[in-house]
Design a protein around this ligand. Structure first.
Ligand SMILES: [Zn+2]
Length: 307
């Protein structure tokens, strides 16, 4: 029997499913159920150490998000933050668990209990800014995990690799001008939120792929631009904003990636993590809205995390 040499944790909770935007919203609880089913049917679940998340502490959440924004969310109860970002009765609780789950994963990895982790959390996070949510995102889960890492005394430099089809504008805003954090993005040109057009910003390097870009295009961009930046930054930890809406089947973007491409990108990150920071990598789910594609892409991604 094949036994992986790396220990990979999996953050998952049924409470995430209670955040349930109405009607046929693409960011639905079905996404996590598709992921769970994929990890079960592929047998990958046998190799993962499943761990329930704990809610993020108020202090850590306020180190990333404006207190007035958090209070506004709690007072809202039920409503919309923007045209497509829903807050229901269970949303703030799910969002606290999503951010806290990433903190748990970062803690386990930095302490050496796990080599890597996959956090299948909802709601997603990378469009959440310091003082506002948006683009389906409530709290910036990756930013909270990175802030925790920097405060833990176990990491001075953290790199974020974001391969969601949409640019992680919230993450970039939160860590702008912070020398301990480097954001590396690979996404589709001129797509929501219309940022990250390839012009380097302080602390952030993004490659904007044209519509129709393939696995080969994405892997070449990673090797040409992102990998050298990652090597010279020499992080103590890599956190992935793992969005799978670049899949050719996804309804919200126009890239042509396949599970093979996501596996290749993940292997590229994992190889650099092995080289630079003793393999420490924490992956956090962002987008991915075609359920069949999401299931296959996540299975390929987790398989690569186990390698
Ligand atoms: Zn996205």
């Amino acid at each position: 029997m094949y036994l992986p040499l790396v220990r990979v944790g999996w953050i998952d909770a049924l409470e995430f499913d209670q955040h349930s935007p109405p009607n046929t919203h693409p960011e639905s609880p079905d996404r996590l159920e598709a992921i769970r089913q994929a990890l079960r049917t592929t047998g990958l679940v046998e190799f993962l150490d499943r761990h329930p998340p704990s809610p993020v502490s108020p202090e850590l959440l306020e180190a990333v998000h404006d207190r007035r924004y958090i209070q506004r969310l709690e007072a809202l109860g039920k409503g919309w933050l923007d045209d497509d970002t829903y807050v229901g009765e269970a949303t703030v609780r799910a969002a606290r668990l999503a951010a806290g789950g990433v903190v748990d994963a970062v803690d386990y990895v930095l302490r050496g209990h796990w080599n890597r982790a996959f956090c299948s959390v909802r709601p997603p996070g990378h469009h959440a800014h310091r003082a506002t949510g948006g683009g389906f995102c409530i709290f910036n889960n990756v930013a909270v995990g990175v802030r925790f890492a920097l405060r833990s005394g176990r990491a001075d430099r953290v790199a974020i690799v974001d391969f969601d089809a949409h640019h992680g504008d919230g993450t970039c805003e939160i860590f702008r001008n912070e020398p301990g954090v480097l954001y590396l993005g690979l996404h589709q040109l001129a797509l929501y939120p219309q940022t990250g057009d390839g012009v380097p910003q302080p602390g952030s390097i993004s490659v904007a792929l044209p519509p129709g870009a393939t696995d080969a295009d994405a892997l070449a961009a990673f090797e040409r631009t992102l990998a050298p930046s990652l090597r010279s930054f020499a992080p103590d930890l890599i956190v992935l904003s793992a969005g799978f809406d670049g899949d050719f089947r996804d309804p919200l973007a126009d890239l042509e990636l396949t599970p093979r491409g996501f596996a290749g990108l993940t292997r590229g990150v994992v190889e650099l993590a092995d080289l630079l920071c003793e393999g420490r990598a924490v992956s956090v789910l962002e987008g991915g809205y075609d359920l069949e594609a999401l299931a296959e892409d996540v299975a390929a991604h987790v398989w690569a995390l186990l390698s």
